[in-house]
Every structure is written in structure tokens, then in C-alpha cells.
Design a protein around this ligand. Structure first.
Ligand code: BMA
Length: 342
């Protein structure tokens, strides 16, 4: 029930607000790692993101691909839920044919599907994924709602599930198989699915690998380029328009599943490019949330940290009536919400 409430509430909030998210927000930041709900975003702005992104790549080991221990991830996911935030999980899974990473594009999708020589191995991975979701539980023993975003940026060619490593039909089969295996075989009932392309050229391109309405809840896309400068704003707006149109038609929720300006060397990027771009979209073109990528190290971060030249601009962005951080959220897991910030 709470998972359905989350979905309905995000759909409602999307009409007026956009929730801010950050990948690995409390796992590490610039100059620190781990701890008790530490966050660069909090240190800069006095508030946490509303959305917390995670990655379960290397799910069969003790740490994820970016060295976040799964035991801590589960603890933080619960803490996010307790504080009223929202968890979304991506999956940079390994290539089972080669033992390589997600970026190893050797053909593997045909081998992991039923009938393929690696189907058993893939099922074992899905068992681990299911166990992880099923172990995300509240104090009272209920399941914590999670937005799952597997096999993302699939219209690019850099992942083993990308457009040069498997056909559209194979991709759709992979999605449906994963969905059904988790829900039907493993009893996962706390997960919403987010279909998340890379940059796209239009409806047809966006939907080229769409598995079908019954397997998808969120229509997302990852976009780092068109939102970088005003020069490409129209491209960004055209994409929002497509997402919005499809979300309306299919009764789904739109999202900007990954974005950001690496290192934020343009110190007013948050207000001028990102917020400016979002505000330039017609009022009905609202997406529910956006998520900036991780604060890994000084040359690879997407949120400001204390002392960062873009800190003040980020605070202005946070204060905008459209943008929601954690403390702005109504109870997203209730069946009725009262929107606070409008
Ligand atoms: C990429 C980079 C990598 C990281 C991967 C998964 O964009 O941040 O360093 O391993 O995402 O989080």
C-alpha cells in the first residue's frame, strides 16, 4: 500500500513541484566517507535531498561497485524512509559472459535469458537483488518502497544492455523477465520500475526499447548535455515535452533520472541552467524529480560541498518554491498528502 501511495503522491506532486535528488548522498562526499547520515548537500544547505540514489552493482559481494558496503546501504535506506525521504536504486551489474563490468559490451543478454547458457547465473543475481529488496524493511516489519531503475541508458552503446550489444526485442525480454522474476517468483512487492533512457531524439527513439505499460511506472531519462547551457535549452525542453506527453498518455510519472554539471565549474549552474531550464517548460510539463550524480572526488562531483563556489547558488535553487528538499516533503507514504511548498 505504501508503495502505491508513493507512486500516487509523486504523480500529484509532479503537477506543482520537482523533488531534488543526489546519488550516494549520505554514503560519502568530498573529503569524507560513511558515518551517521552525513551529506555534502546537508552541510551546504541545511537540508537533505528528497530523493536518495543508490546502486546495487556487485550485489553478490559485500560492497557495491563504488565501495559502498551493502550493510550500510540498507541501514541508510531505512534511515531515509524513517525521515520521510525516497530511495531509488540503479544497477550497474556485471557482464556474466565475460566477468567484466557493466561497460563490458560483449554480448550477454541472449545468454542470460531463459534457454541461454547463463540463465542460472542470472537467476542467482536476481535472487540477490530480490533478497536485498525484501530485506529493506521498516521498524514495524513493513517493506520500504523503492524505485528500481535497472538497465538504464539503454539507447546508448556503452553498457552490455545497450543498443549495440542486444536487440530491442532482447532488451524488452530482459526487462520483462527481470520484472516478473522479482515480483512473481520472489514476492518483491515494494518496488516501482523506472524506464530510463539516455538523451533521445523524440518519441520513437524514447520508446524503442519500451517493454510495455504494465512493466513500467516512471518514464525517466538521463541528460547531462542539453541542460549544460542555455544554447541547448530547446533540446532539453523538447525532451521534457515528450516525457510529459507520454506520461499523460500512459498515466505514468516523469523524471529526470540523472543529471548534473560535473565539478560545477559554472557556479550559477543550479539556478541559471537547471532551474532556468525547468521553469522555461510550460506549467504542465512537470516531472516529479531530478537526481544529480555522485560526489565521488574533486574532479567528479555534481553537488556542492562546504566552501564550494556554487554553494550560494545552490541555496537559492533550494529556496525556490518549485524545488523540494527533504524537509519540504509531505508524508509520501500516506494515502493523502498536503502539499506544503507551492
Ligand atoms: C559513473 C561514475 C563511475 C561509477 C558509476 C556507477 O557515472 O561515477 O565512477 O562507478 O557511475 O556509480
Amino acid at each position: 500500500a505504501e508503495t502505491q501511495n508513493l507512486y500516487n503522491n509523486l504523480k500529484e506532486l509532479a503537477k506543482t513541484n520537482i523533488l531534488f535528488g543526489h546519488q550516494d548522498a549520505v554514503a560519502y562526499g568530498i573529503g569524507w566517507k560513511g558515518g551517521d547520515f552525513n551529506s555534502d548537500v546537508y552541510m551546504v544547505s541545511g537540508d537533505y535531498p528528497a530523493f536518495f540514489g543508490w546502486d546495487i552493482g556487485h550485489i553478490d559481494s559485500t560492497m557495491n561497485l563504488d565501495s559502498v558496503p551493502f550493510i550500510d546501504m540498507k541501514r541508510w535506506i531505512k534511515e531515509v524512509y524513517n525521515r520521510g525521504g525516497i530511495n531509488t536504486i540503479g544497477w550497474h551489474g556485471i557482464n556474466l559472459a565475460s566477468g567484466g563490468s557493466s561497460w563490458d559490451t560483449s554480448r550477454v543478454v541472449n545468454h542470460i535469458l531463459p534457454g541461454g547458457k547463463l540463465n542460472k547465473e542470472f537467476n542467482a543475481q536476481l535472487d540477490n537483488v530480490a533478497e536485498f529488496f525484501n530485506e529493506c524493511i521498516t521498524e514495524e516489519g513493513g517493506k520500504i518502497p523503492i524505485i528500481f531503475r535497472p538497465f538504464h541508458e539503454h539507447n546508448g552503446s556503452w553498457f552490455w544492455w545497450g543498443n549495440e550489444s542486444c536487440s530491442n526485442e532482447e532488451y524488452k525480454k530482459l526487462w520483462i523477465y527481470t520484472h516478473n522474476y522479482l515480483l512473481k517468483n520472489k514476492g518483491v512487492n515494494n518496488v516501482l520500475f523506472s524506464y530510463s533512457t539516455d538523451a533521445f531524439t523524440g518519441r520513437e527513439d524514447y520508446l524503442s526499447r519500451y517493454p510495455g505499460d504494465e512493466y513500467v511506472d516512471f518514464l525517466g531519462w538521463d541528460d547531462y548535455k542539453s541542460i549544460r547551457t542555455k544554447d541547448t535549452r530547446q533540446v532539453f525542453l523538447d525532451r521534457i515535452a515528450v516525457i510529459n506527453e507520454l506520461a499523460k498518455e500512459k498515466n505514468k510519472v516523469g523524471c529526470l533520472s540523472e543529471t548534473g554539471y560535473e565539478t560545477l565549474s559554472k557556479s550559477d549552474w543550479f539556478t541559471q541552467e537547471l532551474l532556468g531550464g525547468l521553469k522555461a517548460a510550460p506549467a504542465t510539463d512537470h516531472i516529479a524529480y531530478l537526481l544529480v550524480w555522485r560526489n565521488a572526488w574533486k574532479s567528479h562531483h555534481y553537488a556542492p560541498y562546504p566552501g564550494h563556489p556554487s554553494a550560494n547558488d545552490f541555496i537559492t535553487f533550494k529556496q525556490d518554491s518549485m524545488i523540494m528538499f527533504l524537509s519540504d516533503l509531505p508524508n509520501m507514504y500516506n494515502d493523502q498528502i498536503n502539499i506544503k511548498k507551492q
